[in-house]
Design a protein around this ligand. Structure first.
Ligand code: COA
Length: 189
C-alpha cells in the first residue's frame, strides 16, 4: 500500500487487488474490453465509457472525472468513474462501475465502492448518487447497491423508455477526519 502513489491493495474474498487512481493510455483498450464483456451496456454506453476515460486522460482532474481502477496481477478487473456534480456543493455522481465477468461476485465491486467512498470522504464528504435501470436485468445490480448501504431515493417512471424506469440511489459519506494540527505530529522546529 502506498498512499502517495495513489496505490492501495486489499483482498476481496481471497483475490489480491491493487487500486490505482491515475489512469493511463493503456487503460483505454483494457477498459473498453471489460465494459463490453459485462454484456449489459449498449453501443452508445460503451462509447460513453470510453469517452469519459479519454476526457480524463486529455484534461486530468479538471475533466471532472476521477477513477478507481482495480487490478489483479496487473490486469484490469474493474473500475469506477466518479466526480462532483456541476452546480452542486458536496454531491457526487458515480458515473460508472463495472467488474469483469470473470471477477464478479468476489467482492471486487464492493471494494471499488469502498475505495470510491474513501476518496469522496477525503474530498470533504458529501452525497454519492447512483442511477440505474429498473429493468429486471438490473435486479442484481440494484441489490448490490442496497447491500452497500445506498438507499433508493427516487424512481422516475418510464425514464429510459416505456417500462424502463430510472432508479436513483444515494449514500451520505461523512468527511474524513483532517490530519495534522491537533492529534498530528508536532511540527519540526
Ligand atoms: C454490479 C457489479 C459492479 C457488482 O460487482 P461485483 O464485483 O460482482 O460485486 P461484489 O462481488 O462486490 O458483490 C456481489 C453482490 O452484488 C450482487 N451482484 C450484482 N451483479 C452481480 C453479478 N453479475 N454477479 C454476482 N453478483 C452480483 C449480488 O447480489 C452479490 O451479492 P451477494 O454477495 O450477497 O451474493 C458487477 O456485477 C458488474 O459489473 N455488473 C455489470 C455492470 C453493471 O451492471 N454496472 C452497473 C451499471 S448501473
Amino acid at each position: 500500500m502506498a498512499a502517495r502513489t495513489g496505490r492501495r491493495s486489499t483482498r476481496a474474498r481471497g483475490a489480491a487487488l491493487e487500486f490505482r487512481r491515475r489512469p493511463c493510455a493503456r487503460d483505454i483498450p483494457a477498459l473498453a474490453r471489460l465494459v463490453a464483456a459485462t454484456g449489459v451496456f449498449n453501443p452508445t454506453e460503451l462509447a460513453v465509457a470510453r469517452e469519459i476515460l479519454e476526457e480524463r486522460l486529455a484534461h486530468g482532474r479538471s475533466s471532472g472525472y476521477s477513477f478507481v481502477l482495480a487490478e489483479r496481477d496487473g490486469t484490469l478487473v474493474g473500475y469506477t468513474a466518479w466526480g462532483p456534480i456541476p452546480l452542486t456543493r458536496g454531491s457526487y455522481d458515480l458515473y460508472w462501475i463495472a467488474v469483469d465477468p470473470s471477477a464478479q461476485g468476489l467482492g471486487v465491486g464492493r471494494a471499488l465502492l469502498a475505495e470510491t467512498e474513501r476518496d469522496v470522504a477525503r474530498h470533504g464528504g458529501g452525497r454519492i448518487y447512483i442511477e440505474t435501470s429498473g429493468r429486471p436485468a438490473y435486479e442484481r445490480t440494484r441489490r448490490f447497491y442496497l447491500a452497500a448501504g445506498y438507499a433508493e431515493v427516487a424512481r422516475l417512471e418510464d425514464f429510459y423508455a416505456v417500462g424502463d424506469d430510472k432508479v436513483i440511489y444515494r449514500k451520505v459519506v461523512p468527511a474524513a477526519p483532517r490530519r495534522g494540527k491537533r492529534g498530528g505530529r508536532a511540527p519540526a522546529r
